[in-house]
Design a protein around this ligand. Structure first.
Ligand SMILES: [Zn+2]
Length: 59
């Protein structure tokens, strides 16, 4: 496996920071460093999406 260059690492950090400042479409809170799912340019917490799916299945 190829090691990441400092530049690539920097890009990844910037991408993470951008995601962290994005709001979850379900709970409206910041994504932060929580596990998340990207769907069509929209960001969701994994837990929020799971919760929503469970609610949908319950009804
Ligand atoms: Zn959320």
């Amino acid at each position: 496996m190829k090691t990441m260059t400092a530049f690539e690492k920097q890009l990844q950090i910037e991408k993470q920071n951008r995601i962290a400042k994005t709001h979850c479409k379900l709970c409206k809170h910041l994504i932060g460093n929580k596990p998340h799912i990207v769907f069509e340019e929209r960001y969701f917490h994994s837990v929020c999406l799971k919760k929503k799916t469970n609610i949908a299945l319950d009804r």
